[in-house]
Design a protein around this ligand. Structure first.
Ligand code: XMP
Length: 314
């Protein structure tokens, strides 16, 4: 279907589905941003956009999101809920439990906002792979994406999902058509860096992962710009709960492990690992271990396709 027709379909669904105050969580990611811009077009001031600072976002991300919405002329309220998220993740290491805890906290934060504005509807940027992979059809549960699996059953909001039948590439086309600046950003999971911090999710470990992700993103972007490799579809770092002995100067250090992940994909449903040149990986590895001295002393590269792996580590 043509992109214009997809937009019309989504606008129709929104204006048919919403007849009162609505609220949307904008993470700055492409899916929620597209959903917010479409909903704003469909229902105007009935829509309240909220950015929840979970403490699990990438470096500089909160400021970028605020600026992006300012530039689009859409009002956005920023709620700092990081303490609540770290509290709900305290001692949780099972990936599905993490997703459920984050999803639930998200909705609870929202309920507070909902009460403030009297919202009846919750607009979500759920796309097809989110619910297909969450066991929405006949398939087995692969993982419960936070905007699907974490929704408590007692939620007092009607959910509107204008992108539910669309795939990532279609959402990207819509974003380009609507001139949304985040359309060129790489995808980022709803539960944020919690997905990329294996084991305990503490503020310190999230910060380690955040810094490593930034180094990987900058290093690969620079290499692609200088023609050393193609820009992958998605590229990031994950922090593994694996400690090994390393050496810093004369001292032996028991540090953690960062894995670099870079993949090519069309829609995230399947992916191939990107053959990033060793020289590029080597520079990134050195920058990570220098910057995170004492915390990370080993960097490894993931050469698994999806399937059998997934794109994220969690
Ligand atoms: P996986 O790890 O399942 O990821 O191969 C496929 C794509 O989906 C992104 N991803 C998510 N996106 N909410 C999202 O909106 C989520 O909970 C979520 N989990 C993974 C992932 O980054 C990749 O692009």
């Amino acid at each position: 279907m043509k992109t214009e027709a997809l937009v019309d379909e989504a606008l129709q669904l929104l204006s048919d589905g919403i007849d009162g105050t609505a609220i949307i969580a904008c993470s700055g990611g492409i899916d929620s941003t597209v959903a917010a811009v479409l909903a704003h077009r469909a229902v105007g001031d009935l829509l309240h956009c909220v950015y929840v600072d979970t403490g699990l976002m990438r470096l500089g991300e909160s400021d970028e999101v605020r600026e992006m919405f300012d530039e689009m002329g859409i009002e956005i309220k920023v709620v700092d809920a990081s303490k609540r998220f770290f509290d709900c993740l305290d001692g949780v290491t099972d990936p599905e439990e993490k997703r459920k805890a984050i999803g639930e906290t998200f909705i609870r934060v929202f309920e507070q906002e909902q009460k403030e504005v009297g919202a009846k509807y919750l607009v979500q940027g759920t796309i097809a792979p989110d619910w297909i992979e969450s066991g929405g059809g006949e398939r087995d549960v692969i993982k419960s994406h936070h905007n699907v699996g974490g929704i408590p059953e007692d939620i007092d909001l009607e959910i509107v999902e204008p992108l539910r039948d669309f795939y990532k590439d279609e959402v990207r086309d819509i974003a380009r058509l609507l001139k949304i600046t985040s359309s060129e950003r790489q995808p980022f999971p709803g539960p944020g860096l919690a997905v990329r911090v294996l084991g305990n999710v503490t503020p310190d470990r999230v910060q380690t992962c955040r810094v490593a992700c930034d180094i990987v993103e900058r290093g690969i972007r620079r290499a692609a710009k200088e023609g050393e490799c193609d820009l992958p579809w998605q590229y990031f770092a994950a922090l593994l709960p694996v400690r090994s002995v390393g050496v810093h100067g004369d001292a032996r250090v028991h540090g953690e492990t960062i894995v670099i992940r870079a993949v090519t994909s069309l829609d995230g449903m399947s992916a191939r690992y990107s053959p990033i040149p060793h020289e590029v990986l080597s520079k990134i590895s050195t920058e990570i271990t220098n910057t995170l001295k004492g915390q990370v002393n080993r960097v490894v590269y993931d050469i698994t396709h999806k399937p059998p792996g997934t794109i994220e580590w969690e």
